[in-house]
Design a protein around this ligand. Sequence first.
Ligand code: SF4
Length: 338
Amino acid sequence: MDRLRQAAYRAGLDGIAVTHARPLTYIESFLREAQAEGRYAQFAHEDIGLRLDPKNVFHAAKSVISGAVAYKTVEPGPAAPLTGRISRSAWGKDYHKVVREALERLVPFLQAEYGVKQWHIAVDDTPLIERALAGQSKLAAIGANCAAYVPPFGSWVFLGEIVVDVELPTFPETAPSLPCEECGERCVKACPTGALMAPGKIDAKRCLSFLTQKTGAIPPEFRKKLGNRLWGCDTCQEACPINQRAKRAPREEFSPIIGPHYPLLELLAMGKAQIAQAFGETSMAWRGKNVLQRNACLILGNQKAAAALPVLKDTADHHPSPTVREAAAWAVAEIEGA
Ligand code: SF4
């Protein structure tokens, strides 16, 4: 296993663990309860049974290698006026690509060392529950904020898996542990929307990370709570003392291409092609123009940005998307005190 660990580090992973490809039964009741209570993540696959068993990826699956790539690079620093904050996870190159490439580099070792013939690499693109797999494999501990923590990088890690057709030795023997009960629920208290209802209990539909990425209107009750978040929300992770002390990963791939803060008037002036060019290398690109411009309008309203009024009024009158027009009109009303 030391050779596998070393090969994983050479491939570009910062953490690795191996577990059997058996169903994640320990998390089933938690997911069913979330679904019954309407707290289930909208981006997640509706069929919980499909998400629980790695053999649904392919029937001959015997083991799952969980890998982590750390992404805490620089600190966000203070925001300039008329800018919106981008989640740390989206500052650099699209992590799906970076993590997949690292896992792909490990495959030749698995073939040569263990005779792996069939494998499937997953990075947020299968129904598999990656955090739960990282927990089952003992790669990560799940924090009170529901994030996966991989020492010494805190929860600033991206996860990915290689499901293979060979029974590999499982490791490590002990899972990392977290002192969550000692910090006074800082993450729960910091959550602006109450999405983090209690330690380990989240209403994914109230989470700003989801709301900033969904299409359509952001419901009025969340608009002020959005603050200056243009994409994602790092608040419950940043509130965590473990994360504040977490080791940095000075990876070039995750150094900011965009962000940590993005100029909002510039964003509102962009067409589709310019947005694709500006955000194309990052994990934000998939959502496109309207979601980003909707968020930009709401933030300018929250900032009471009088300097943005001409642009917002023009957007409210002429933007092709009714969602963006409505968000701009909301912002104008906020700024003018209507
Ligand atoms: Fe709350 Fe933000 Fe954490 Fe979502 S990401 S649970 S909104 S603090």
